[in-house]
Design a protein around this ligand. Structure first.
Ligand SMILES: Nc1ncnc2c1ncn2[C@@H]1O[C@H](COP(=O)(O)OP(=O)(O)OP(=O)(O)O)[C@@H](O)[C@H]1O
Ligand SMILES: [Mg+2]
Length: 316
Protein backbone atom coordinates (compact mmCIF):
# COMPACT_ATOMS: atom_id res chain seq x y z
CA UNK A 1 0.00 0.00 0.00
CA UNK A 2 1.25 3.50 -0.81
CA UNK A 3 2.29 5.85 1.97
CA UNK A 4 0.58 9.20 2.37
CA UNK A 5 2.96 10.64 4.94
CA UNK A 6 6.57 9.96 5.72
CA UNK A 7 8.70 11.40 8.48
CA UNK A 8 12.37 10.90 7.79
CA UNK A 9 14.91 11.22 10.60
CA UNK A 10 13.20 14.24 12.19
CA UNK A 11 14.70 16.10 15.14
CA UNK A 12 12.99 19.12 16.69
CA UNK A 13 14.32 21.52 19.29
CA UNK A 14 16.77 24.41 19.64
CA UNK A 15 20.29 25.05 20.97
CA UNK A 16 19.20 24.18 24.50
CA UNK A 17 16.73 21.32 24.17
CA UNK A 18 16.01 18.49 21.79
CA UNK A 19 12.34 17.57 22.03
CA UNK A 20 12.13 15.05 19.20
CA UNK A 21 15.05 12.89 18.05
CA UNK A 22 15.38 10.69 14.95
CA UNK A 23 11.62 10.34 14.43
CA UNK A 24 10.95 8.13 11.47
CA UNK A 25 7.68 6.52 10.41
CA UNK A 26 5.22 6.21 7.55
CA UNK A 27 1.46 6.42 7.36
CA UNK A 28 -0.14 4.30 4.69
CA UNK A 29 -3.12 5.35 2.61
CA UNK A 30 -6.42 4.43 4.25
CA UNK A 31 -4.84 3.29 7.50
CA UNK A 32 -4.82 4.32 11.14
CA UNK A 33 -1.54 4.46 12.99
CA UNK A 34 -1.34 5.23 16.72
CA UNK A 35 1.26 7.23 18.62
CA UNK A 36 1.37 6.10 22.26
CA UNK A 37 3.21 7.33 25.34
CA UNK A 38 2.97 9.11 28.67
CA UNK A 39 2.30 12.81 29.02
CA UNK A 40 5.20 14.93 27.80
CA UNK A 41 6.82 12.28 25.60
CA UNK A 42 6.39 14.30 22.38
CA UNK A 43 3.17 13.00 20.82
CA UNK A 44 1.58 16.40 20.13
CA UNK A 45 4.94 17.82 19.09
CA UNK A 46 5.15 15.11 16.44
CA UNK A 47 1.76 16.19 15.06
CA UNK A 48 2.73 19.86 15.25
CA UNK A 49 5.87 19.08 13.26
CA UNK A 50 3.79 17.57 10.47
CA UNK A 51 1.57 20.64 10.09
CA UNK A 52 4.33 23.08 11.05
CA UNK A 53 2.66 24.56 14.06
CA UNK A 54 5.65 24.34 16.35
CA UNK A 55 6.11 26.73 19.28
CA UNK A 56 8.14 29.77 18.19
CA UNK A 57 11.28 28.73 20.08
CA UNK A 58 11.45 25.28 18.47
CA UNK A 59 12.29 24.27 14.92
CA UNK A 60 12.99 21.27 12.77
CA UNK A 61 16.72 20.71 13.24
CA UNK A 62 17.04 17.88 10.77
CA UNK A 63 15.00 15.47 8.70
CA UNK A 64 12.21 15.77 6.14
CA UNK A 65 8.41 15.52 6.10
CA UNK A 66 6.85 14.13 2.93
CA UNK A 67 3.11 14.39 2.31
CA UNK A 68 1.58 12.69 -0.70
CA UNK A 69 5.08 12.23 -2.06
CA UNK A 70 5.96 15.94 -1.81
CA UNK A 71 8.59 17.34 0.54
CA UNK A 72 6.65 19.83 2.70
CA UNK A 73 9.43 20.49 5.22
CA UNK A 74 10.25 23.96 3.90
CA UNK A 75 6.85 25.05 2.56
CA UNK A 76 6.04 28.67 3.41
CA UNK A 77 3.23 29.58 5.79
CA UNK A 78 0.80 30.49 3.01
CA UNK A 79 1.06 27.06 1.40
CA UNK A 80 0.89 25.35 4.80
CA UNK A 81 -2.31 27.24 5.59
CA UNK A 82 -3.85 25.74 2.50
CA UNK A 83 -2.84 22.24 3.58
CA UNK A 84 -4.00 22.70 7.17
CA UNK A 85 -7.73 22.21 7.37
CA UNK A 86 -7.60 21.15 3.74
CA UNK A 87 -5.70 17.98 2.93
CA UNK A 88 -4.50 17.56 6.50
CA UNK A 89 -6.89 18.29 9.34
CA UNK A 90 -6.65 17.97 13.08
CA UNK A 91 -8.96 17.23 16.01
CA UNK A 92 -8.16 17.77 19.65
CA UNK A 93 -8.92 16.39 23.07
CA UNK A 94 -11.35 19.07 24.26
CA UNK A 95 -13.96 19.80 21.59
CA UNK A 96 -15.62 22.44 23.77
CA UNK A 97 -12.56 24.66 23.69
CA UNK A 98 -12.41 24.63 19.89
CA UNK A 99 -16.10 25.21 19.20
CA UNK A 100 -17.28 28.80 19.32
CA UNK A 101 -20.15 29.08 21.83
CA UNK A 102 -21.69 31.99 19.93
CA UNK A 103 -22.30 30.26 16.61
CA UNK A 104 -24.42 27.29 15.61
CA UNK A 105 -22.72 24.04 14.68
CA UNK A 106 -23.99 24.37 11.10
CA UNK A 107 -22.56 27.85 10.81
CA UNK A 108 -19.16 26.78 12.15
CA UNK A 109 -18.82 23.77 9.88
CA UNK A 110 -19.91 25.85 6.88
CA UNK A 111 -17.33 28.53 7.72
CA UNK A 112 -14.58 25.95 7.31
CA UNK A 113 -15.53 24.96 3.76
CA UNK A 114 -12.66 25.96 1.49
CA UNK A 115 -14.40 25.36 -1.85
CA UNK A 116 -16.09 28.41 -3.33
CA UNK A 117 -19.61 27.09 -3.55
CA UNK A 118 -23.07 28.62 -3.06
CA UNK A 119 -24.58 28.94 0.42
CA UNK A 120 -27.26 26.33 -0.32
CA UNK A 121 -24.65 23.86 -1.53
CA UNK A 122 -22.63 24.46 1.62
CA UNK A 123 -25.65 23.72 3.77
CA UNK A 124 -26.35 20.56 1.82
CA UNK A 125 -22.76 19.41 2.29
CA UNK A 126 -22.91 20.09 6.04
CA UNK A 127 -26.20 18.19 6.40
CA UNK A 128 -24.66 15.21 4.63
CA UNK A 129 -21.54 15.27 6.80
CA UNK A 130 -23.62 15.56 10.00
CA UNK A 131 -25.43 12.39 9.02
CA UNK A 132 -22.15 10.64 8.26
CA UNK A 133 -20.79 11.37 11.72
CA UNK A 134 -23.99 10.14 13.36
CA UNK A 135 -25.65 13.48 14.18
CA UNK A 136 -29.19 14.52 13.27
CA UNK A 137 -29.97 17.41 10.94
CA UNK A 138 -31.25 19.24 13.98
CA UNK A 139 -27.68 19.73 15.19
CA UNK A 140 -27.12 22.13 12.29
CA UNK A 141 -29.23 24.71 14.14
CA UNK A 142 -27.89 24.00 17.63
CA UNK A 143 -25.21 25.73 19.69
CA UNK A 144 -22.25 23.82 21.23
CA UNK A 145 -23.65 23.97 24.79
CA UNK A 146 -26.74 22.10 23.63
CA UNK A 147 -24.63 19.06 22.72
CA UNK A 148 -23.09 16.35 24.91
CA UNK A 149 -19.31 15.86 24.91
CA UNK A 150 -19.60 12.94 22.48
CA UNK A 151 -21.83 14.96 20.13
CA UNK A 152 -19.41 17.88 20.29
CA UNK A 153 -16.58 15.57 19.29
CA UNK A 154 -18.69 14.25 16.41
CA UNK A 155 -19.26 17.87 15.34
CA UNK A 156 -15.49 18.48 15.49
CA UNK A 157 -14.94 15.38 13.35
CA UNK A 158 -17.54 16.68 10.87
CA UNK A 159 -15.64 19.96 10.74
CA UNK A 160 -12.35 18.15 10.24
CA UNK A 161 -13.55 16.12 7.25
CA UNK A 162 -15.66 18.78 5.51
CA UNK A 163 -12.84 19.54 3.04
CA UNK A 164 -12.24 15.86 2.30
CA UNK A 165 -8.76 15.60 3.85
CA UNK A 166 -6.52 12.68 3.06
CA UNK A 167 -4.90 12.76 6.51
CA UNK A 168 -6.53 13.36 9.87
CA UNK A 169 -4.43 14.04 12.95
CA UNK A 170 -6.41 13.06 16.04
CA UNK A 171 -4.74 14.30 19.24
CA UNK A 172 -6.24 12.33 22.15
CA UNK A 173 -9.78 12.86 20.78
CA UNK A 174 -11.43 10.57 23.33
CA UNK A 175 -9.63 11.51 26.54
CA UNK A 176 -12.39 13.75 27.86
CA UNK A 177 -15.15 11.23 27.11
CA UNK A 178 -16.57 8.32 29.11
CA UNK A 179 -15.45 4.91 27.91
CA UNK A 180 -18.65 3.98 26.01
CA UNK A 181 -18.73 7.31 24.16
CA UNK A 182 -14.98 7.01 23.54
CA UNK A 183 -15.47 3.65 21.83
CA UNK A 184 -18.31 5.08 19.73
CA UNK A 185 -15.96 7.82 18.53
CA UNK A 186 -13.23 5.26 17.82
CA UNK A 187 -15.68 3.21 15.76
CA UNK A 188 -16.69 6.34 13.89
CA UNK A 189 -13.04 7.09 13.05
CA UNK A 190 -12.57 3.51 11.88
CA UNK A 191 -15.65 3.83 9.64
CA UNK A 192 -14.40 7.11 8.18
CA UNK A 193 -11.16 5.49 7.11
CA UNK A 194 -13.20 3.18 4.91
CA UNK A 195 -15.99 5.52 3.76
CA UNK A 196 -13.74 8.54 3.09
CA UNK A 197 -10.51 6.70 2.33
CA UNK A 198 -8.56 8.83 4.80
CA UNK A 199 -5.54 8.00 6.90
CA UNK A 200 -5.45 8.84 10.60
CA UNK A 201 -2.68 9.40 13.12
CA UNK A 202 -4.32 8.64 16.43
CA UNK A 203 -2.53 9.99 19.49
CA UNK A 204 -3.27 8.39 22.84
CA UNK A 205 -1.67 7.60 26.19
CA UNK A 206 -3.72 4.38 26.32
CA UNK A 207 -1.99 1.50 24.58
CA UNK A 208 -5.12 -0.67 24.68
CA UNK A 209 -7.08 1.98 22.71
CA UNK A 210 -4.19 2.09 20.26
CA UNK A 211 -4.41 -1.65 19.76
CA UNK A 212 -8.17 -1.42 19.29
CA UNK A 213 -8.08 1.29 16.66
CA UNK A 214 -4.90 0.76 14.68
CA UNK A 215 -3.04 -1.96 12.86
CA UNK A 216 0.28 -0.31 13.60
CA UNK A 217 1.56 1.71 16.55
CA UNK A 218 4.52 3.82 17.56
CA UNK A 219 5.57 3.95 21.20
CA UNK A 220 7.35 7.15 22.20
CA UNK A 221 9.40 7.99 25.25
CA UNK A 222 11.11 11.33 25.92
CA UNK A 223 11.03 12.36 22.29
CA UNK A 224 12.29 9.15 20.70
CA UNK A 225 10.48 6.18 19.19
CA UNK A 226 11.31 3.21 21.40
CA UNK A 227 9.19 0.63 19.59
CA UNK A 228 7.09 0.49 16.45
CA UNK A 229 5.28 -2.14 14.43
CA UNK A 230 2.05 -4.08 14.29
CA UNK A 231 -0.18 -3.27 17.26
CA UNK A 232 -1.16 -6.87 17.97
CA UNK A 233 2.44 -8.03 18.01
CA UNK A 234 3.54 -5.21 20.29
CA UNK A 235 0.60 -5.64 22.64
CA UNK A 236 0.97 -9.39 22.95
CA UNK A 237 4.76 -9.39 23.10
CA UNK A 238 6.18 -5.97 23.98
CA UNK A 239 9.92 -5.82 23.45
CA UNK A 240 10.92 -2.50 25.01
CA UNK A 241 10.86 -2.37 28.86
CA UNK A 242 8.88 0.90 28.59
CA UNK A 243 6.18 -0.67 26.41
CA UNK A 244 6.01 -3.58 28.87
CA UNK A 245 5.41 -1.13 31.70
CA UNK A 246 2.68 0.72 29.76
CA UNK A 247 0.84 -2.58 29.29
CA UNK A 248 1.43 -3.78 32.88
CA UNK A 249 -0.16 -0.62 34.22
CA UNK A 250 -3.39 -0.93 32.24
CA UNK A 251 -6.43 -1.25 34.54
CA UNK A 252 -7.59 -4.43 32.79
CA UNK A 253 -4.37 -6.16 33.86
CA UNK A 254 -5.25 -5.95 37.57
CA UNK A 255 -6.55 -8.68 39.78
CA UNK A 256 -9.42 -7.75 42.08
CA UNK A 257 -8.35 -5.67 45.08
CA UNK A 258 -4.84 -5.13 43.75
CA UNK A 259 -3.17 -1.75 44.18
CA UNK A 260 -2.99 0.44 41.11
CA UNK A 261 0.42 0.16 39.48
CA UNK A 262 2.26 3.07 37.91
CA UNK A 263 5.60 3.28 36.17
CA UNK A 264 8.01 4.31 38.90
CA UNK A 265 9.97 7.51 38.51
CA UNK A 266 9.17 10.54 36.40
CA UNK A 267 9.38 11.29 32.72
CA UNK A 268 12.82 12.75 32.21
CA UNK A 269 13.29 16.49 31.83
CA UNK A 270 14.23 17.50 28.29
CA UNK A 271 16.72 20.00 29.70
CA UNK A 272 18.87 17.26 31.26
CA UNK A 273 18.65 14.49 28.72
CA UNK A 274 21.26 11.81 29.39
CA UNK A 275 23.60 10.67 26.62
CA UNK A 276 22.18 7.21 26.85
CA UNK A 277 18.70 5.76 26.72
CA UNK A 278 16.23 8.27 28.22
CA UNK A 279 14.32 5.44 29.92
CA UNK A 280 17.51 4.29 31.67
CA UNK A 281 16.75 5.93 35.08
CA UNK A 282 13.37 4.13 35.30
CA UNK A 283 14.29 0.87 33.62
CA UNK A 284 14.36 -2.37 35.61
CA UNK A 285 16.30 -4.19 32.91
CA UNK A 286 19.09 -1.67 32.35
CA UNK A 287 22.68 -2.60 31.62
CA UNK A 288 25.82 -0.51 32.00
CA UNK A 289 25.90 0.49 28.34
CA UNK A 290 22.39 2.03 28.56
CA UNK A 291 23.64 4.95 30.64
CA UNK A 292 26.19 6.21 28.17
CA UNK A 293 24.83 5.37 24.73
CA UNK A 294 21.59 5.58 22.80
CA UNK A 295 20.75 2.27 21.16
CA UNK A 296 20.08 2.07 17.44
CA UNK A 297 16.72 0.96 16.13
CA UNK A 298 16.83 -2.74 15.34
CA UNK A 299 14.27 -4.97 13.70
CA UNK A 300 13.05 -8.11 15.48
CA UNK A 301 10.32 -10.13 13.80
CA UNK A 302 8.58 -7.16 12.14
CA UNK A 303 8.84 -4.89 15.17
CA UNK A 304 11.57 -2.32 15.52
CA UNK A 305 12.90 -1.51 18.95
CA UNK A 306 15.57 0.72 20.50
CA UNK A 307 16.97 -1.22 23.40
CA UNK A 308 20.34 -2.75 24.27
CA UNK A 309 18.57 -5.85 25.61
CA UNK A 310 18.59 -7.10 22.06
CA UNK A 311 22.26 -6.44 21.28
CA UNK A 312 24.76 -3.63 21.67
CA UNK A 313 23.78 -1.77 18.51
CA UNK A 314 24.84 1.87 18.57
CA UNK A 315 24.78 4.78 16.15
CA UNK A 316 28.13 4.80 14.38
N1 LIG B 1 7.88 25.78 23.59
C1 LIG B 1 8.50 24.78 24.15
N2 LIG B 1 9.82 24.82 24.44
C2 LIG B 1 10.47 23.80 25.00
N3 LIG B 1 9.87 22.64 25.34
C3 LIG B 1 8.56 22.52 25.11
C4 LIG B 1 7.80 23.57 24.50
N4 LIG B 1 6.51 23.16 24.39
C5 LIG B 1 6.48 21.91 24.90
N5 LIG B 1 7.68 21.52 25.32
C6 LIG B 1 8.03 20.21 25.90
O1 LIG B 1 7.93 19.23 24.89
C7 LIG B 1 7.62 17.98 25.46
C8 LIG B 1 6.68 17.24 24.56
O2 LIG B 1 5.44 17.89 24.58
P1 LIG B 1 4.15 17.29 23.89
O3 LIG B 1 3.10 18.34 23.99
O4 LIG B 1 4.48 16.79 22.54
O5 LIG B 1 3.81 16.06 24.83
P2 LIG B 1 2.63 15.00 24.70
O6 LIG B 1 3.26 13.66 24.52
O7 LIG B 1 1.67 15.45 23.68
O8 LIG B 1 1.98 15.05 26.16
P3 LIG B 1 0.43 15.08 26.62
O9 LIG B 1 0.01 13.65 26.68
O10 LIG B 1 0.49 15.69 27.98
O11 LIG B 1 -0.34 15.91 25.65
C9 LIG B 1 7.06 18.27 26.83
O12 LIG B 1 7.88 17.68 27.79
C10 LIG B 1 7.05 19.77 26.97
O13 LIG B 1 7.52 20.16 28.22
MG1 LIG C 1 -0.28 16.17 23.73
Amino acid sequence: MKEILKLEDISVGNEEVKILRDIEFEVKKGEIISVVGESGCGKSMTLRTIIKLLPKNLKILKGRVYFEGIDITDLDEEKMKEIRGGKISIIFQEPSSYLNPLFTIGNQIEEGIKDRIKKEEKKERVMKILKEVGLSENVYYQYPHQLSGGMQQRAMIAMSIINKPSLLLADEPTTSLDITTAFEILNLLKDLVISHNISIIFVTHDISLARFISKEMIVMYAGIIVEKGFSNLIYSNPLHPYTKKLIDCLPEKYNKGERIRTIEGEVISFKNLPNGCPFYPRCEEKKEICEGFLPKEIEIENVSVRCFKYGDFMES
